[in-house]
Design a protein around this ligand. Structure first.
Ligand code: THU
Length: 160
């Protein structure tokens, strides 16, 4: 038996104001996307903004449904929208933020497992890392430099 210790580098920014200006702008787009979220059940609104290699920004937000599993997360709305509009343009960055009407979210909210799996698919497809920035409504911002860092031992096309 051997133990495997995986070390993962993340970058932590103290606040939104400490981000590079171009990322602050993306965060503003994600915050704007939150205002169009449809989250009447969880009252937890999520916004995502994706920067593509061609400079376009594609946003998404969570869309809920009375049949709960039929709803969708912001990250997947955004990445599928990007891929459906710009199928062969690489994704450089995705920036994610949240707002709840029930409580103040002051810690970074990481993408769920299904969103990590979905985003990883596109990272593999383009063979180039996608940076993921995520935060709460306020507080620190986390930067993961690649989807690989958020999903070790992922299932991918190599198994098929
Ligand atoms: N949600 C997202 O949009 N992204 C995630 O990564 C986690 C959760 C949404 C789904 C649902 O509408 C609400 O947040 C509460 O789970």
């Amino acid at each position: 038996m051997k133990n495997l210790n995986i070390q993962t580098p993340f970058s932590i920014f103290d606040s939104q104001a400490d981000l590079p200006v171009s990322i602050q702008e993306l965060m503003l787009q994600a915050q704007d996307a939150i205002t169009r979220a449809y989250a009447p059940y969880s009252h937890f609104q999520v916004g995502a903004a994706i920067l593509l290699e061609n400079g376009k920004i594609v946003t998404g937000n969570n869309q809920e449904n009375a049949a709960y599993p039929s709803g969708m997360c912001a990250e997947r709305v955004a990445i599928w929208s990007a891929s459906s509009q710009y199928p062969n343009v690489a994704v450089k960055k995705i920036v994610i933020t949240v707002k709840s009407t029930l409580k103040q979210v002051n810690k970074p909210v990481a993408p769920c497992g299904a969103c990590r799996q979905t985003l990883l698919e596109y990272e593999h497809k383009q063979n180039e890392p996608i940076e993921v920035y995520f935060m709460g409504e306020t507080g620190k911002v986390v930067l993961a430099h690649s989807l690989k860092d958020l999903l070790p031992f992922a299932f991918d096309e190599s198994f098929l």
